[in-house]
Design a protein around this ligand. Structure first.
Ligand code: AMP
Ligand code: GLY
Length: 444
């Protein structure tokens, strides 16, 4: 099977890495890919969010399977377009991808399915630009001391404000509804009751009928140690998660995932692909914070390296609507530390030369997944010779396997210490508490 992986981040590098090692896979092609993916197979340019362009490329390379990494192409209908050419595509079609494309739609599905989730309201201005703001601000005042304001549409993981400062929450409502903060994505806002408790990411493989959970992971969303500062796309992750008993996964599958899949089916949007459940373990039990319609990034970078069975076979089976091969897991734990550019998440500085990649990769158990990098003198042309430079906010994911979380963590940080560029930043407390390091802050 020849597999075309759509995307250019650390998640896609981790998927390509496992696919290249899958017995069912002969060749991996990245599009557009990145310098890490280019070490595994050819990388071809493509406008990833253009369904017709991706379907044309799949035809050109005779892809046996197209794996779509990021949410934007999924929401745009890339899977629909590839399937229309008679090819297998892993990921939900546009109708089901609305789960991530619109938080208001997602909350409506959760409500209909009776899934435990935060109380919420949805607000938008009318065509004269009025009405929504006053109602939204009134609703905000009915919330307890923790205010949660979200853009309805996609905002690269940055459209969520969680704050105890009522003024900040009101300011977010105004900036979102006016279109100033996130353009059209924010013109509808979702306001939620603030929940608290540890968070868990559960990735679930779905074939439209059956659903199989992958190993749970925990992500660190805030930029700074001890969960300080703004939300990011994710600054690190680890798996397994010791605080999660197996019955929690069963409970989430029974009370959240199953009714959600049933509701989607009833709405004519059956779900195939990976469903990412963002869960908060509240004192009242697990509640769904959100669904995403793709592998988490960086959760994928710790979950997939722990998979011992054939990833290519699992993804092809899910895409074809019949999961059959049992999943097998390694005993090892995994930790990934995200190395980010100065100024991330607000305004990342790019173009700096990265040193130490080889030394980092030589640390036992370590793989360095590329995210925001370019190589050579021709930025945007993965695979050209020469130095590797920074090209985004989240630049590298230093991932380590180890016999225990503590060993994986020590290896990941030893490798991270080999790498540098001007302004590089990373959290020092990833997996610290879970690995038993008393000096580390709590997990987000
Ligand atoms: P989301 O993109 O909806 O997962 O939100 C991003 C992050 O914001 C989550 O991982 C949580 O840390 C936080 N968050 C989202 N919704 C809530 C909520 N209702 N209460 C408390 N924190 C939340
Ligand atoms: N790590 C969070 C996400 O992928 O949305």
């Amino acid at each position: 099977m020849r597999v075309l992986v759509i995307g250019s981040g650390g998640r896609e590098h981790a998927l390509a890495h496992a696919l290249a090692r899958s017995p069912s896979v002969d060749e991996v092609i990245g599009a557009p890919g990145n310098p890490g993916i280019a070490t595994l197979g050819p990388c071809l340019p493509v406008a990833a969010a253009d369904p017709g362009a991706v379907a044309d490329l799949a035809d050109e390379v005779s892809a046996g399977l197209v794996v779509v990494g990021p949410e934007v192409p999924l929401v745009a209908g890339v899977v629909d377009a590839v399937e229309a050419r008679g090819r297998l595509a892993f990921g939900p079609r546009a109708a089901a991808a609305q789960l991530e494309g619109s938080k208001a739609w997602m909350k409506d599905v959760l409500h209909e399915a009776g899934v435990p989730t935060a109380r919420y309201g949805v607000f938008a201005n009318d065509s004269n630009g009025r009405g929504g703001e006053a109602a939204a601000l009134n609703f905000l005042d009915t919330m307890g001391g923790l205010y949660v304001v979200k853009t309805d549409g996609l905002a690269a993981g940055k459209g969520v404000v969680v704050t105890t400062d009522r003024g900040e929450a009101r300011e977010a409502v105004r900036a979102y509804l006016s279109g100033k903060a996130f353009g059209d994505a924010g013109r509808t806002v979702v306001i939620e009751e603030g929940l608290s408790g540890p968070e868990l990411s559960l990735l679930v493989l779905c074939d439209g009928r059956d659903a199989v959970p992958l190993a749970p992971a925990q992500d660190f969303k805030r930029i700074g140690d001890g969960d300080a500062g703004p939300n990011t796309g994710g600054m690190g992750a680890y798996s397994p998660v010791p605080l999660v008993a197996p019955d929690v996964v069963e409970e989430v599958m029974a009370k959240a995932v199953a009714p959600t899949l049933e509701t989607l089916g009833r709405r004519g949007a059956p779900y195939r692909g990976v469903l990412y459940a963002g869960i908060m373990l509240t004192p009242d039990g697990p509640k769904i914070l959100e669904y995403n319609v793709r592998f988490g990034d960086p959760e994928c970078q710790v979950v997939i390296p722990r998979l011992a069975s054939d990833l290519g076979a699992h993804l092809a089976e899910a895409a074809a609507g019949r999961l059959a091969t049992p999943l097998q897991w390694r005993d090892e734990a995994a930790v990934t530390v995200v190395l980010a550019s100065e100024g991330y998440p607000a305004a990342p500085r790019t173009g700096d030369v990265i040193t130490g990649l080889e030394a980092a990769a030589a640390v036992e158990g370590v793989t360095v997944f590329h995210a925001g990098t370019v190589s050579g003198d021709h930025p945007g042309e993965p695979g050209s010779s020469g130095e590797i430079r920074t090209a985004g906010g989240r630049v590298l994911n230093v991932t380590a396997l180890g016999a225990t979380l503590a060993e994986a963590r020590a290896r990941a940080y030893a490798a991270a210490a080999c790498i540098s560029w001007p302004g590089m930043q990373y959290r020092r407390d990833i997996a610290g508490a879970a690995a038993g390091d008393p000096g580390s802050g709590g997990a987000s």
